[in-house]
Design a protein around this ligand. Structure first.
Ligand code: 7RM
Length: 630
């Protein structure tokens, strides 16, 4: 814990060091890990390629740094507390030693099924400890995991199976959503009608009926029988990929963000300990799903590398009632609680009655992630959940950044509602104008870039390095472009303003507008569509779709419902448009580009000033769209 920042001056000191001597700064942090072979050089990089290598030629295994390094010191400490969806079902508490044995045993089973270093393995599972075990077992043998959020549809799963060239899928029979059972294996079966893997391993959770294909499908509890519960971790190079995680961008096809081993390990542990000020014995709870980067970095890897007790919750915030989060905090005496603004706003809508029965005195730190948190939600969270005594860490980061880049250090950095505050050590930000000129000094607003590498940054997009360069390193020469707008205020504090590209953020989930449009266009009667985000009270942003269709055989209402179902089937329920407006035309420029600016204005209901519409092919379209808006 020697890398812990304890004071504000300590933060500024560390930050300064990380900028003036980045290599010795990160070497000091990395030295506290276990290396099978130490690195030759801390960093080699250029953002032209891009080609970024941290801890060059180092050899290690991330799971050895979770287990072997520490089992002697704290093998009996609880690693995972699992809280089931059903409040009456037994809690599971898994110690570091038990987790180690489960991971080894399952990784041995994977090997027996022929899975080797470098193979891709898809994990499509609910929030049960076996999902974390699956990730760690892959890391143990050097297989590259790709977790796919269990809310994604069979279609979305097929795309990811094909793009990653996965050899195996780890899944479950079903999962619980409130008091409903949802078939997961059935979705895998459907996905495998249009793609192929050699092996499917199914963990039993709901006990519902599933079909098992002989020679391909196996039960988790059967494959581990007879496997030893120890092994030697595979030797990985620092830059060997640890995982792929698909995320939405501004084109229709999801991108497979690739993270490598050593840098990700060093950065997630360092940021977890510092941002949340985690102390041994604390109970830490992040409510994300492991299908998102937050689940990877701050439920599994960061906390486990730090020897933390990490709580994993299977359920949803409103089941059996909107007091569930607060009940779980009381039940497990949670000290650090990390959730998303959308959840805060959803619970805020129920008022403070659901909180009243519970004792939240254990709380020390509150966290927020996924989207900008509005001032009102920030204050509600601070006053009613944190009882006006817990600092809020508003953590800004992305799937591509691997870990938190801009955030207060809990209790140390003075906070301001809706500000992510200051960059963490090692993070050199730049705000640029549209031409790419850096805006220096305070009280400036522009696009957020990072001008120097950090250990957990994206290395490539799976199978498409050119797209990685194009998306992140070409807009502004020599810099990583985040896609977010940002303001630096008079104190030098950062406030993230949201996406400046065609990505919308629905309840903290990233959706590409093109991706949703492609799905809508799958409906046979749809001719063309355009999707934009609009301000939504609970979700942050909602999805608004303008659709041109052949109305010959349907009522408008039927068609709208069918389109929603189509999107749900192609991507998943999270991508269902909140509003669909059937239109006869879209506002296009002479060159055929849809003017989204106009569609965004109509969607948010500000229709009095449309700005310059002179470049439109047919300005009448705008009048019709405004008239048609309900
Ligand atoms: C961790 C995660 C990334 C996008 C990002 C932003 C937005 C995330 C904040 C935020 C304002 C925050 N990864 N975002 N955190 N905006 N304040 N604290 O969410 O890849 O799924 O999304 O989310 O727009 O670019 S992500």
């Amino acid at each position: 814990m020697s890398d812990r920042i304890h004071t504000l001056s300590g933060y500024f000191y560390e930050y300064q060091k990380s900028v003036t001597e980045p290599e010795s700064f990160w070497a000091r942090i990395a030295d506290s890990f276990h290396w099978k072979k130490r690195w030759d050089k801390v960093l080699k990089w250029d953002f032209e390629g891009p080609n970024v290598r941290w801890f060059v030629n180092g050899k290690l295994n991330i799971t050895e740094n979770i287990f072997e390094k520490n089992l002697f010191a704290y093998g009996d400490r609880t690693a995972i507390i699992w809280e089931p969806s059903e409040p009456g079902e037994d809690v599971r508490k898994i110690s570091y030693k038990e987790l180690y044995h489960s991971v080894c045993q399952f990784s041995n089973a994977l090997k027996s099924k022929g899975i080797q270093k470098g193979d891709r393995v898809i994990i499509y599972m609910p929030m049960i400890p076996e999902a974390a075990i699956a990730m760690l077992a892959c890391a143990r043998i050097g297989a590259i995991h790709s977790v796919v959020f269990a809310g994604f549809s069979a279609n979305a799963l097929t795309d990811r199976i094909i793009d990653s060239g996965a050899k195996a899928i780890l899944t479950s029979d079903g999962n619980y959503r409130g008091n409903k059972k949802i078939g997961i294996k059935a979705i895998v079966d459907e996905a495998l009608e249009k793609s192929a893997v050699e092996t499917v391993i199914v963990c039993q959770r709901t006990g519902q009926d599933v079909t098992m294909k002989a020679g391909r499908d196996y039960w988790w509890h059967e494959v581990i029988v007879g496997e030893k519960d120890s092994n030697v971790a595979e030797e990985m190079d620092s830059e060997d990929p640890l995982f792929i995680l698909y995320t939405s961008g501004s084109t229709g096809k999801p991108k497979g963000v690739v993270h490598s081993t050593a840098g990700y390990m060093v950065y997630t542990k360092y940021t977890f300990e510092n941002v949340f000020q985690y102390s041994p014995g604390d109970v830490y709870w992040c409510t994300a799903d492991i299908g998102w980067i937050t689940g990877h970095s701050y439920i599994v890897y960061g906390p486990l590398l730090a020897g933390a007790t990490t709580l994993m919750f299977e359920g949803v915030p409103t089941y059996p009632d909107p007091g569930r989060f607060w009940a779980v905090i009381e039940k497990h005496k949670v000290n650090q609680f990390y959730t998303a603004p959308t959840a805060i706003r959803a619970l805020q809508a129920y008022g403070t009655d659901p909180i009243a029965p519970y004792n939240l005195d254990s709380l020390k730190v509150l966290g927020s992630v996924g989207e900008p948190i509005n001032e009102e939600a920030w204050r509600w969270y601070y006053n009613h959940i944190g009882q006006s005594r817990c600092p809020i860490v508003d953590t800004w980061w992305q799937t591509e950044t691997g870990g938190i880049l801009v955030s207060p250090i809990a209790g140390i950095t003075p906070t301001k509602p809706a500000f992510a505050t200051l960059p963490l050590p090692g993070i050199q930000l730049a705000i640029v104008d549209p031409e790419g000129n850096e805006l220096t000094g305070n009280s400036v607003e522009g696009n957020l870039c990072v001008k120097y590498p950090w250990p957990s940054m994206i290395r490539t997009l799976w199978g498409d390095h050119a797209r990685c360069k194009e998306t992140y390193f070409s807009t502004y020469k020599g810099m990583y472009f985040t896609g977010d707008g940002v303001k630096r205020d008079h104190d030098g504090y950062y406030r993230i303003l949201g996406r400046v590209d065609d990505v919308i953020n629905v309840s903290g989930h990233r959706m590409g507008t093109a991706e949703v449009e492609n799905a809508i266009n799958e409906h046979p009667l749809v001719i063309e569509s355009a999707v934009v985000g609009y301000p939504h009270e609970v979700k942050g942003q909602g999805i608004y779709a303008y659709v041109i269709c052949d109305m010959a055989h349907r009522t408008e209402e039927n068609l709208i419902n069918e389109i929603k179902e189509t999107v749900s089937k192609i991507i998943g329920p999270i991508a269902k448009p909140d509003k669909i407006q059937i239109v006869s035309g879209l506002p296009k420029t002479r060159s055929g580009k849809i003017m989204r600016r106009i569609l965004r204005k109509v969607a948010e209901g500000s229709t009095d000033n449309m700005g310059d519409t002179s470049t439109l092919l047919d300005p009448d379209v705008v009048t019709k769209i405004i008239e048609g808006r309900k």
